[in-house]
Design a protein around this ligand. Structure first.
Ligand code: SF4
Length: 110
C-alpha cells in the first residue's frame, strides 16, 4: 500500500466518523419528529389560546390576533427543526406546534 492511498483512507474514515457524530453534537435541537404535537386540549395550549389553524380563528374573540399571523411567522417557531409542518416552539417546551397554528405568545419575526 502506498502513502497516498493510506492518507486517502484515513481522510475518508475521518469524514465517515464526523458524519456519524455530528447529530450527537447538537443536544437540545430535537427535530419535530422527536417531540409530540401540541394538542389544543393541552392545559398549556388552552392557557395561551393555541389553535392548530390560525385561518379558522375568530379575530373578534382574540384581541391580540392579527389576520395572517401564524406559527411559521413567529420568532418562537424553530423552523430549522421542522418536520411535516410541525416544529418545536419555545413557548411550549417538549412539544411541536403546527406551522399554521397560533397562540397569544405570538411574536412576529423581526
Ligand atoms: S409562540 Fe409562536 S410559534 Fe409558538 S405556538 Fe405561539 S404563535 Fe405558534
Amino acid at each position: 500500500m502506498n502513502t497516498v492511498s493510506s492518507s486517502r483512507r484515513r481522510f475518508l474514515l475521518g469524514l465517515a466518523a464526523a458524519a456519524t457524530l455530528t447529530p450527537m453534537l447538537r443536544p437540545g435541537q430535537a427535530a419535530a419528529a422527536d417531540v409530540p404535537h401540541l394538542a389544543e386540549s393541552d392545559a398549556s395550549a388552552k392557557a395561551l389560546g393555541y389553535v392548530e389553524n390560525a385561518a379558522k380563528l375568530d379575530a373578534a374573540k382574540e384581541a391580540t390576533f392579527k389576520k395572517g399571523s401564524h406559527c411559521a411567522g413567529c420568532a418562537l417557531y424553530q423552523a430549522a427543526q421542522a418536520t411535516g409542518g410541525y416544529a418545536p416552539c419555545a413557548a411550549f417546551p417538549g412539544k411541536a406546534v403546527n406551522a399554521n397554528g397560533w397562540c397569544r405568545a405570538y411574536a412576529a419575526k423581526a
